[in-house]
Design a protein around this ligand. Structure first.
Ligand SMILES: Cc1cc2nc3c(=O)[nH]c(=O)nc-3n(C[C@H](O)[C@H](O)[C@H](O)COP(=O)(O)OP(=O)(O)OC[C@H]3O[C@@H](n4cnc5c(N)ncnc54)[C@H](O)[C@@H]3O)c2cc1C
Length: 380
């Protein structure tokens, strides 16, 4: 059986890895550009399971367990130093209390912190403007490129074929079976086709077999500084009560990354940089952690949150086709979901259903029957 995976990002890599582990040997990955050219090479490397929908919480919790296993299995690196959700308003703490109860019901030990406790987690915060915080000690961050390259090299060693700089232009079907992908470098035949080509890439490719895929690429504008000694203790600090939820993280190499959700033209180009982004993003964070006013900005890039109407990914079979599957639309959380994405898609392809039943709620069918899932904890 030959399986064609379209998209060489974290989803495509983990799908290939999980299929290999289950005995599939003939796997081809088709990538329009280079390894992790999409969101997988433009994100900030953080993970958590402290979401607000049972779907996200259950799947992300399992995904983190898998990431932790992959430390020994694949030599991947990650550190659980926690997420700190800062509340500026006292009433936000009541919402955090409810969320914490919800998380603990699923075994995620988040807790609400007083101002003094917050300072213990991150020294130097401006205590005059904060009311407290929600802390998730199981969340964390990882060196993205190191992990991606390790996974890629493992897949190559195990025989996965990668076609880089090869764009899948359209899918070629006969009845309800996809026969081949017509690419910029010729036609590639397969038995099963899995599209994990990010937001717009997936939408455009599925449109060639008359499937409407509701996703839009929203720009995000992360800014990185020169490397510094460790300033940030938690993996991520989020300014929850400021619109656009500005956040800050520090990479394994010392660079401090700031970002915020800023209104922009939908699907603006990756080269449409804006000078106003810098002040808008950094100001609220410096207000929270004044020492950051001394840092030197190095550069800023644009990436996309591949956003679906309910901020959850779209997984699974694409009906009425019998051999077409999708994993896309992660709405800004696809890196952390990589391992669970691989597991679920391999389940669907090889067993016809996911081994974690709640994942059934995330198929494309939910938009047809109007059963959207709700998530409010979207960072930046
Ligand atoms: C600023 C920012 C911060 C983020 N932070 C985090 C975070 O901390 N944690 C987290 O979990 N997520 C984060 N994300 C989201 C995360 O990066 C994405 O959800 C994830 O990388 C999606 O992975 P993917 O493999 O599904 O898609 P992509 O990485 O986008 O991969 C899809 C690939 O398909 C290729 N492609 C597209 N069309 C075609 C075609 N027709 N033929 C062949 N190939 C094609 C593309 O070139 C691309 O390489 C962030 C995103 C941004 C922009």
């Amino acid at each position: 059986m030959r399986i064609i995976v379209i998209g060489g990002g974290i989803s495509g890599l983990f799908i290939a890895y999980e299929l290999l582990k289950r005995g599939i040997r003939d796997i081809i990955v088709i990538e329009e550009k280079y390894l992790s050219a999409g969101g997988s090479g433009r994100n900030i490397g953080c993970f958590r399971s402290s979401f607000t929908s049972p779907e996200h919480v259950i799947l992300m919790k399992r995904s983190i367990e898998l990431w932790l296993n992959y430390r020994s299995e694949l030599g991947l690196e990650l550190k659980q130093s926690g997420y700190l959700w800062i509340a500026r308003k006292p009433e936000t703490l009541e919402i955090f209390e409810k969320l914490s109860v919800f998380h603990r019901n699923y075994g995620i030990p988040t807790r609400v912190l007083s101002i003094d406790e917050v300072e213990h987690v991150q020294p130097g915060l401006n205590k005059d403007i904060i009311a407290g915080a929600l802390f998730d000690p199981t969340a964390g961050r990882m060196p993205i490129f190191e992990n991606l390259v390790k996974l890629y090299l493992k897949l190559k060693t195990l025989g996965v074929i990668f076609h880089f700089y090869t764009k899948a232009i359209r899918l070629n079907s006969s009845g309800y079976r996809v026969k081949s992908a017509i690419t910029s470098k010729g036609e590639i035949y397969g038995d099963i086709f899995i599209v994990s080509a990010g937001g717009k890439g997936t939408r455009e490719l599925l449109a060639t077999v008359n499937i409407e895929f509701p996703v839009i690429d929203e720009t995000r504008h992360p800014i990185i500084t020169e490397p510094y000694a460790e300033i940030l203790k938690p993996a991520l600090i989020i300014d929850w009560d400021t619109p656009g939820a500005p956040y800050v993280t520090q990479t394994e190499h010392g660079g401090i990354i700031f970002a915020r959700n800023i209104a922009d033209i939908p699907e603006a180009l990756l080269t449409s940089h804006r000078i106003d982004v810098i002040g808008l993003t950094i100001k609220p964070i410096i207000e929270l952690l004044p020492i950051l006013k001394y840092v030197n900005i190095l550069r800023y890039w644009i990436g996309y949150y591949e956003t679906t109407p309910d901020h959850h990914p779209i997984y699974g079979p694409i009906y009425p086709y019998e051999n077409l599957y999708v994993a896309a639309g992660f709405s800004g959380h696809g890196l952390m979901m990589g391992p669970i994405t691989g597991l679920l898609i391999a389940d669907w392809v090889l067993n016809g259903k996911p081994s974690i039943p709640i994942a059934e709620n995330l198929t494309l069918e939910r938009f047809k029957i109007g059963k959207l899932v709700k998530e409010i904890a979207i960072v930046g």
